[in-house]
Design a protein around this ligand. Sequence first.
Ligand SMILES: [Zn+2]
Length: 127
Amino acid sequence: MEKTAEDYMYDDQADERDAAWAESELLKGGKTDAVLSCPQCLVQICFVCQRHARFADQFRALSVKHCEIREKELFVYGRRGLLEPKTKATPEQAEVFRLVECSKCQARVGVADADGVYHLFNAVAGM
Ligand SMILES: [Zn+2]
């Protein structure tokens, strides 16, 4: 498949997006930016997470509670930086994310990447 300039830009952004996060303080201590709850049934889904530097509604976490990963519902970041379903047109090297749902009410709360990092962008943040 032909790669466009935009496809390469996408990859650069993907690298930058996750750069160094795994080495953040989050791994060393119990520090968290918020406790996250399902927006629909309000069950708590995450106790240790880090708020995204640029997107205040997005959190990253290494573990979640009351969540299920849908192994067959795959998403990729599109050219505008929004998640969209993986299709046959998706570039081979695109980073693929699996859908993460609340296990109690099946609300879509985020996605999980290949490194086991959860990206939660549909959650209620509280402490
Ligand atoms: Zn729920």
